[in-house]
Write a protein that binds this ligand. Structure first.
Ligand SMILES: [Zn+2]
Length: 634
């Protein structure tokens, strides 16, 4: 999802003082820290596999209340005589029906609901149970169950749900986990006939009885609990039909406030270009047997409910962000809230790719610059979400969104476009992951496979680690000696964690007429001095002009009062032969480099070799014979 004014939406907190009711009670995490909601799901729901939900609700979008029932088809993974759901105990449960028989039930804690079957259900046999309930749902997180007025002058009502991350339990009994997708759902919602209800999947029917309608939606793709949603209002409805890059057409169905209809349409009809770009890059639209669409609500941002994004307005970049989630977030969903960047970092980076592609007016450079400035505005914080009980932390825009997106951009820098986009395509189409969940190592494996490399260090530094590198770069060019560049690169860690960021560091060197970008591959902390050939005399240098790295840098031009002479060993092995050096035999005023990979350098018997400083590359050798001398810095 994407929220424009995140901070004001977290003002609803609850006192968390559930009292253990019976012996089965698992410990409830209690906290008085109002930034941490008690949001963990029930630990007892992992002994069954959910296959299907049927929702039947009777609502009045003007009244914050829900009444109806949820039927759950499930397969026990072990013998069980009771079944737990994540469900808030402020809801009034009227009855629980199992094969026509009423079952006993209870709320063992304020967020757990338990059904007692009175018998053991066998492992592996599909079964079902229906829970009838009503009440005024709590609304927490981003506003999990809300009623408001539309923005139109008639002040019509709008009701919507937004369960991510932990709000589904407030309005329906479920299994609020990131391990079990529901194979399919049907949503039947009854309301006054002036209302239209938008939801996941396809609208199957709209039946009228008296002054009421029942809209029936069906969704036949696996869906995580938090993406099931509905919105209801006196919507104006329009459709766009997109011609798809991979053939065929897709219906884009929009439920909007009547007074916003013209503007909404002007924004949503433009999405076909971004839709086709994503198809080209990442494969078919994941729900092409159904639809895409939008339903308008009253919150500041968007939420990527599968096949029907809920929007608080018609910001083009947020429309693109939520559409990107249909691949990254909905088709493949983060397998834990620690890995939320697999949803949000991706959707954010895909926003950037549409800038690069010219689909948005903002340039890619400006987009990258704004994301980088956001990340480096604070020295700390990891993309890995280290507190999954805190909604603010999970959806931290600087870390989960912007730094997450920058991680992808830096992986692209390291792997190159071909391998990077191949890896992303293989990841988002991996048969083991599609319509299921993924964790960061699943993505990492695809990146390593495509790039034929290991990325342990990268993920250790950039995903689990905090902060970013701050580079101190000094350079000089020796115009006495073939314009050779001498560049020293030191880095400090913004969060002082001691981690070294092994990165290829691009620096642009230029003068009035010429420029070139040279990449210095800093592989370890002692890799600080680099030399490079350049065909012109640069007057200035700029760190990372294309914004590949999420880093700060200062660049300083130096005048070095000595020549730097490189050993080549091109003629023979002797120090005292001019043809073995790139700029003549060194004197006591010169700095000497014996690079890695060059032949061994011999100083002959009786010869006095001189230099100001000496650098010897790894595995390179200088060997003295007999009474040979090497005078350094004398
Ligand atoms: Zn998002």
């Amino acid at each position: 999802m994407k929220n424009l004014i995140l901070s004001i939406l977290f003002f609803i907190f609850y006192s968390l003082f559930a009292i253990a009711q019976d012996i089965d009670e698992k410990p409830v995490i209690r906290t008085n820290n109002e930034n941490h909601l008690q949001l963990r799901s029930c630990q007892y729901t992992n002994n069954y596999d959910i296959k299907y939900h049927r929702f039947e609700f009777d609502i009045d979008p003007a009244v914050k209340y829900i009444k109806g029932n949820v039927t759950t088809y499930f397969v026990p993974l072990e013998e069980l005589n009771m079944m737990y759901f994540d469900f808030r105990n402020n809801m009034t449960v009227d009855s629980v029906l199992y094969h026509g028989t009423q079952l006993s039930f209870s709320f063992p804690s304020y967020i757990e609901f338990r059904v007692n079957f009175g018998q053991y259900l066998q492992t592996g046999i599909l079964d079902s149970v229906t829970i009838f309930y009503q009440g005024e749902p709590y609304s927490d997180g981003f506003g999990s169950f809300k009623v408001d007025k539309t923005t139109c002058s008639d002040q019509d009502s709008v009701m919507w749900t937004l369960s991510e991350p932990f709000g589904a339990k407030n309005w329906w009994p479920n299994k609020e986990v990131l391990t079990d997708k529901i194979d399919s759902v049907d949503m039947y919602i009854t309301a006054n006939k002036k209302y239209h209800i938008g939801s996941n999947g396809l609208l199957v029917s709209r039946d009228t009885t008296g002054d009421k309608i029942t809209d029936h939606w069906k969704h036949r793709y696996p869906i995580p609990t938090y993406l099931i949603a509905y919105a209801a209002s006196g919507y104006s409805i329009y459709k766009d039909t997109f011609d798809l890059y991979n053939g065929g057409q897709l219906e884009v169905l929009n439920y909007v406030f009547p007074c916003d209809s013209a503007y909404a349409h002007s924004q949503t009809e433009k999405l076909d270009t971004a839709m086709n770009f994503f198809i080209k890059k990442f494969g078919a639209y994941p729900y092409e047997n159904e639809k895409y669409g939008h339903a308008q609500c009253r919150f500041s941002g968007g939420m990527e409910h599968t096949t029907m994004t809920f929007m608080g307005g018609w910001w083009y970049y947020i429309l693109i962000h939520e559409m990107a989630h249909q691949w990254f977030g909905d088709k493949i969903t983060c397998g834990s809230w620690h890995d939320i960047w697999l949803n949000e970092g991706f959707a954010t980076y895909l926003e950037g790719l549409t800038c690069e592609e010219g689909i948005q007016t903002k340039t890619f450079h400006d987009w990258l610059s704004s994301k980088k400035n956001s990340v480096i505005s604070n020295n700390y914080g990891s993309v890995y979400c280290d507190d999954t009980t805190d909604v603010n932390r999970i959806f931290n825009s600087r870390l989960s969104y912007n730094k997450g997106a920058y991680l992808l951009h830096m992986l692209r820098w390291i792997l190159g476009d071909d391998d990077f986009f191949d890896a992303l395509y293989e990841y988002i189409n991996d048969p083991a992951l599609v319509y299921d969940f993924a964790k960061t190592p699943d993505l990492k494996a695809h990146l390593e496979s495509a790039g034929d490399t290991t990325l342990n260090e990268f993920f250790s530094d950039w995903f689990y680690g905090e902060g970013w590198p701050d580079y101190d770069i000094h350079w000089s060019s020796d115009n006495n000696c073939n314009n050779k560049l001498r560049v020293s690169i030191y880095q400090t860690h913004s969060a002082n964690q001691g981690t070294f960021f092994e990165m290829p560091v691009p620096v642009k060197f230029y003068n009035d007429t010429k420029d070139t970008i040279i990449v210095f591959n800093q592989k370890c902390s002692i890799d600080t001095l680099f030399f490079a050939d350049i065909s012109f005399e640069p007057t200035d240098a700029e760190f990372d002009p294309d914004l590949w790295l999420c880093a700060k840098a200062t660049v300083t031009k130096e005048t070095v009062p000595f020549k730097t002479i490189h050993w080549t060993g091109e003629y023979n092995n002797l120090w005292n032969i001019s043809a073995n050096w790139d700029c003549g035999v060194p004197t006591s005023d010169d700095e000497v480099i014996i690079p890695t990979g060059t032949p061994d350098c011999f100083i002959p018997d009786n010869y006095n070799a001189n230099c100001k400083r000496l650098w010897i590359g790894k595995n390179a050798k200088v060997i003295t014979y007999g009474t040979a001398h090497l005078n350094i810095g004398q």
